[in-house]
Design a protein around this ligand. Sequence first.
Ligand SMILES: *Cc1c(COP(=O)(O)O)cnc(C)c1O
Length: 360
Amino acid sequence: MITAEAVIDLNALRNNFALLKSHCDSDTKVIAVLKGDAYGHNAIQVARALPNADMFAVSRIEEAIELRSADILQPILLLEGCFCPEDLQLAAQLSLHTTIHCIEQLQDFEQTPLTQHTSVWLKLDTGMHRLGVQADEINTYVTRLEKSGKIAGNIGFISHFSCADIPSSHTTPAQLERFKTQTQAYQGMKTLANSAGILYWPESHFDAVRAGIALYGIAPNVDEIGQHHHLTPVMTLQSRLIAVRRHQANQPVGYGENWTSDRETYIGVIAMGYGDGYPRSAPNGTPVYINGRIVPISGRISMDMITVDLGPDATDQVGDCVELWGQHVPIEQVAKLVGTIPYELVIQLTRRVARTFINE
Ligand SMILES: *Cc1c(COP(=O)(O)O)cnc(C)c1O
């Protein structure tokens, strides 16, 4: 019997993609961000479910190779570019779009013989101060890249927001202005918006937007849930009860005795734990959905098991299905209780969690 399982609804994914596209002007391209195995959703399945995505984006060349090996033919952008000349040659062979964010990458591009003209995006630092070239360097980079004679089409321009998930942020309008000013002299495509940019900052859409977390039905800000934006969760993390136990009042449950029942009740034991990637730091009271109601996690998360208080009148049975997050338990709510963000929750699911794809 399959217990721990991430059910991936590819129809929800397609609906989210269409919804995000509808937020943009009709000529704005939507780049589906598939890094981290599509945020734990399986990059190949997600790519196949989005035949009309204009482009995909990943962080490392290995992720792009995996997609090309699965016959995914759309353009794929390497968000951080190539980290050595060999990777650059491979990127050219596989028709990947590469990013250039630093002098070493520029020199590699100039000096490495490439079998094909290659699409290049210049990464600009507009305020995140993590990667990217500075305003006064742009012209030099553009000139040298063009002089290399190896570029396919025009150089594209990419930058990244640091605070777009905070609607009251003053940094975001400042980054937007800098991006506009720094790129207006150039013909190539411009892309600035992540999911938060798409949803909260319509002026940031430019020629292409990069949809990551929202594509998976998750709000970029944990004070909201995806449904507030009419997004549908793509992943349901579920498992099953492996025990329903009569439990006396004033008796603790689990490691460290960190929860004690104040009444006689039934404790449900779920086949799910931090060994599956469920966060060990989930506190008592974290919601779990079973048989039409929410019940609280009660007792510390174990490697393979979670205990919940089913209540004194429980009629739940061994084998019943339990939702840890999905339609009934927003992942944003779990993330908030745990003190993290949904990005981390979806990406840290382990291999032991079966992936099932529905509505292909
Ligand atoms: C991950 C990433 C995105 C997608 O961000 P979301 O918040 O998940 O939409 C966009 N651009 C870059 C450069 C990224 O690294």
